[in-house]
Design a protein around this ligand. Structure first.
Ligand code: SF4
Length: 499
């Protein structure tokens, strides 16, 4: 049995029907029963001999680092949370948990749970995992990391949950050291900042990832003040390592999903995309699979290099029946040049803050012409935001109404350089904020049904699930309509009793 077991809560151990963006559903308040949610959105990842077939990308990196540091395949197992009892025994000493949103404090969760008044699936499933009796039974050392580790950096919370160590930031060097110490019975710190891993030490994964996710760049370097400081150091993987990971995934039956904060900036030296490098990346991987997706990109990259988007669409036949559109997450955050200048000058580059809204519209034009559908995010309630800033954001969203896209407003969460500020909450919402939320809901319902019609048939999902999802969209639209009407007037709908 393994000495080290890597796991994550239920919401991170799913392929989401091969559609990673359905993962957003985990941040929704629990309006449907857990069994129905897991059946429709979040079926568990397949496993073989107690080990998962596909692992979370971050887990696979830690697994590879452990294997590169002298541990054997027998020593390390990546396991589903509901199957721990089959793998853990008295030889197991360390349980490593990858987190994304363990307490439901991430931007999507705080927004949806505050508006919906219920806990999210992300925090429910983390609590289930961390209170699994097997942890106490075998007296396991619990080490937690991942992008949600910041939510647990409080010794009182750690003590309550029985967590021995939280690693914040990158884990391939620091977490592996801590695991070795824990195995040797040495003292380990409660909270530790992970060392930034030099590019050449970021390992190639040994086993396939969920949805074929491949990390092509780490960090960002644009330096938005509301973002995690670990994003500051920008590094891109060499193409041979990416190809190795792509081959591994394709051989395991996956497509490839490139992950970076801005896939279009692969191997760029400054803020304008390196067209030759990105096209080579996509065309090399296309020799292995036609199924290529992207996680995130930036409007500034699209607008500063429109020819790249055109050529990528041509290369991947985007707009065809097989690939109706390409989608990725992208941050608009605000329509106020004042807020852009204050918090995210780097995100606008190579454009100026005062060009932000115009540039975002121009990017949407380019994306529409090339069959890309941006899944945009906004930040609601940035510190110091005034009604006029919110009105400018509303104007921008209205200008985007003709472009097929989604716009997801997310409440401000104090991380990064803005850590000392409070969380934005529904109770602080002004009339302008309600109008902004109404504008986003109207925009999304305008497009979401069309997107579901076009996209769901290409997803690995049975027809009854597709039928049910479309039904839920229609039902939600109808149910929300009277509330949205009040919000359009700037009225908090929660203060009204509607029948
Ligand atoms: S562009 Fe995105 S990833 Fe980069 S610093 Fe800004 S918010 Fe963070």
């Amino acid at each position: 049995m393994p000495k080290i077991v890597l796991t994550a809560d239920r919401s991170l151990m799913s392929e989401y029907n091969k559609h990673v963006f359905l993962g957003f559903a985990a941040c929704a308040p629990r309006f449907i029963p857990g069994w129905l949610y897991t059946k429709i959105f979040c079926p568990p990842v397949k496993e073989e001999n107690g080990r998962v077939k596909y692992g979370h990308c971050g887990q696979r990196k830690i697994e590879a680092s452990l294997l590169n540091n002298g541990f054997s395949e027998k020593d390390v197992a990546v396991v589903r949370p509901d199957k721990l009892d089959r793998v853990v025994d008295n030889k197991t000493k360390v349980l490593c948990i990858t987190t994304h949103d363990p307490l439901g404090l991430g931007p999507a969760s705080t927004t949806f749970s505050d508006l919906g008044g219920r806990e999210t699936f992300t925090s429910l499933y983390f609590r289930k995992l961390i209170t699994d009796p097997i942890i106490k039974k075998y007296n396991l050392k619990v080490i937690v990391g991942g992008s949600g580790a910041w939510q647990l950096t409080d010794e009182r919370i750690m003590a309550k949950l029985g967590i021995d160590c939280v690693v914040v930031g990158e884990g391939e060097i620091t977490a592996v050291n801590i695991i070795e110490k824990a195995l040797n019975g040495a003292q380990i710190p409660f909270i530790i900042q992970g060392e930034v891993v030099p590019l050449e030490q970021i390992p190639v994964i040994r086993n396939p990832t969920l949805n074929g996710i491949i990390e092509i760049c780490r960090g960002c370097g644009r330096g938005c003040r509301f973002c995690n400081p670990t994003m500051l150091s920008f590094r891109c993987q060499p193409i041979d390592k990416i190809m190795e990971e792509a081959r591994l995934n394709v051989d395991a039956g996956n497509g490839v999903l490139f992950h970076a904060e801005d896939v279009l900036r692969y191997n760029a030296k400054g803020f304008v995309p390196n067209e030759i490098a990105v096209l080579k990346l996509f065309s090399d991987v296309k020799k292995l699979t036609d199924n290529i997706g992207i996680s995130h990109f930036a409007h500034a990259s699209v607008a500063s290099k429109p020819s790249l988007v055109e050529k990528l669409s041509e290369l991947m036949d985007v707009g065809s029946k097989k690939c109706p559109f390409l989608s990725g997450q992208v941050g608009i955050e605000t329509g106020s040049p004042r807020m852009v200048a204050k918090y995210m000058k780097g995100k606008a580059k190579p454009f100026k803050p005062e060009e932000w809204s115009e540039m975002v519209i121009e990017s949407h034009k380019i994306l529409r012409d090339n069959h890309w559908v941006p899944c945009n995010t906004l930040i609601v309630g940035l510190p110091g935001e005034k009604p006029d800033d919110v009105r400018k954001t509303i104007d921008l969203i209205e200008d985007l109404s003709e472009y097929k896209s989604l716009i997801v407003p997310l409440y401000f969460v104090p991380i990064g350089n803005l850590q000392g500020n409070g969380f934005f909450k529904t109770k602080y919402a002004t009339s302008e904020h309600w109008q902004l939320l109404a504008t986003c809901i109207n925009h999304d319902f305008k497009w979401i049904y069309t997107l579901a019609e076009e996209n769901l048939p290409t997803v690995d999902m049975s027809s009854w699930k597709i039928w049910l999802i479309k039904k839920v969209i229609r039902y939600m639209n109808k149910r929300l309509y009277p509330y949205v009407k009040l919000m359009e007037e700037g009225i908090n709908p929660m203060t009204y009793e509607l029948t």
